[in-house]
Design a protein around this ligand. Structure first.
Ligand code: SF4
Length: 123
């Protein structure tokens, strides 16, 4: 059986957690965790790793040329680059407000891209 050792990031303690995988690549057991959150973390990280994407998109007619955006819901790690590339094509018209949804339900993954900053319209 294969093993993967990772650092649990659910709390500052940072336990070194080892997941043992079955032949299908699923987590069969976890050791090294101090609490049950470590089991959840290791299972998610091995079977379906996800990340929050923070990036920027362009703004037309604003006081700033870019606005920060992010995915409040983590997306599959394997799709991070695809979404980052998609954001390069986006140009928003100022004003942009915090919390404005830039992309709704990207590729049906249930993940929104949302503005985390604001840009006023240039005078
Ligand atoms: S296993 Fe529990 S105690 Fe250890 S880092 Fe993860 S959340 Fe913190």
């Amino acid at each position: 059986m294969a093993e993967r050792t990772i650092i649990c990031l659910r709390c500052p303690r940072g336990c070194e957690v080892t997941a043992t995988l079955d032949n299908d690549g699923h987590v069969a057991s976890v050791c090294g965790n101090t609490c049950k959150l470590g089991i959840e973390y290791a299972t998610q990280e091995v079977e379906d790793p996800r990340r929050v994407l923070p990036t920027t998109v362009r703004v037309r007619g604003g006081t700033m040329p870019l606005v920060p955006v992010w995915t409040p819901t983590p997306i599959p790690k394997s799709r991070l680059l695809d979404l980052a590339r998609a954001t390069r094509e986006i140009v928003l018209d100022a004003p942009v407000e915090i919390g404005q949804v830039v992309i709704k339900d990207w590729e049906g993954l249930g993940v929104d891209l949302v503005a985390s900053g604001e840009v006023e319209r240039a005078r």
